[in-house]
Design a protein around this ligand. Structure first.
Ligand code: C2E
Ligand code: MG
Ligand code: MG
Ligand code: MG
Length: 288
């Protein structure tokens, strides 16, 4: 019996499992400290208007500057932030930091500039009043709602609860725009596009990756673009890495694109310099 118990003890709790559990606990503690000490940075990736090649908008993407591990990707800590509830404080910081930058860019460079932020389902499903603070903050900064847009995922819309619909209406009333992120990877029920007031569809990069003339992903992308335009939505293609992908999307009538072809996400200061360079190039061009 003693032998059996010994065996069980080890089979239930293998060293590998133990390490994973300890790792997770450590990372959770670290994440708590990160929120307290504000170890985050907000990066920005340009969203380019395909017809003109102009940087029109940016997506804000969070990075965790971990004191030992270096830069941690959101893919590695957002799920943990969600399961621990830390996502709420993190999301508030993202919103304020994004608002701070877009105010600067609207004031100093481009009065129509827009920054989008990501809202995970856990954040979006909070108490509706949570967003009143956002709207008040935008007002304090003298920013129109259109300075910001919010990226949500398809899964949220499947949950056809009043809560989700009310929040989308709230955003709409405040002038903020809404983008449907990673379009095509979820359940893609087209019915909800009609039901909810969405401004942008973001074609997921899994479709963009294999774009080639006459490919099935080309057909899908074209269909998404035509449908979106019929429903009065604008289309942003994600993950554009090659000139061929850009050209095929432009031909198909896609409105905007983002991806490594144009630029990787970068710190706010760098993005600021990029926008200023664009503005001065445009001024020079206008003088000629
Ligand atoms: P997402 O919202 O779909 O963001 C696009 C992701 O694609 C970003 O990854 C971006 O760096 C990456 N990307 C952009 N262009 C290319 C390209 O040409 N090729 C490839 N391979 N990748 C490209 P990132 O920054 O690691 O973010 C991953 C995900 O984490 C985001 O996906 C978003 O769902 C989530 N996330 C990021 N920041 C936040 C945040 O502040 N709050 C929340 N709730 N989620 C966030
Ligand atoms: Mg996004
Ligand atoms: Mg996306
Ligand atoms: Mg994506």
């Amino acid at each position: 019996a003693a032998k059996g118990a010994g065996r069980n003890r080890f089979s239930y709790f293998t060293p590998a499992l133990q390490t994973a559990a300890i790792n997770r606990m450590r990372l959770t503690n670290d994440l708590r400290a990160a929120v307290k000490q504000n170890q985050f940075a907000l990066y920005f990736q340009p969203i380019v208007h395909l017809e003109t090649g102009r940087v029109h908008k940016a997506e804000a993407l969070i990075r965790w500057l971990h004191p030992q591990r270096g830069i941690v990707s959101p893919l590695d800590f957002i799920p943990l932030a969600e399961s621990t509830g830390l996502i709420v404080d993190i999301g508030e910081w993202v919103f304020r930091e994004a608002a701070r930058w877009v105010r600067k860019w609207r004031d100093e460079i481009d009065p129509e500039f827009q920054v989008s932020i990501n809202q995970s389902p856990v954040e979006f499903q909070r108490d509706g009043r949570a967003y009143d603070g956002w709207f008040a903050h935008l007002q304090e900064l003298g920013l129109a709602g259109s300075a910001m847009s919010v990226e949500i995922t398809e899964g949220l819309l499947l949950d056809a609860s009043r809560g989700v619909q009310d929040k989308l209406l709230q955003m709409r009333d405040a002038g903020m725009q809404v983008a449907l992120d990673d379009f095509g990877t979820g359940y893609s029920s087209l019915a909800y596009l009609k039901k909810f007031d969405i401004d942008y569809l973001k074609i997921d990069r899994t479709f963009v990756r294999n774009l080639a003339p006459d490919s099935s992903d080309m057909a899908l992308s074209e269909a998404i673009i035509v449908m979106a335009h019929k429903l009065d939505l604008m289309v942003i293609a994600e993950g554009v890495e090659t000139a061929q992908q850009r050209d095929l999307l432009t031909e198909a009538g896609c409105d905007y694109a983002q991806g490594f072809l144009f630029a990787r996400p970068m710190p706010g200061e760098e993005f600021d310099a990029l926008l200023r360079a664009q503005a001065s190039a445009e001024r020079e061009f206008a003088l000629k």
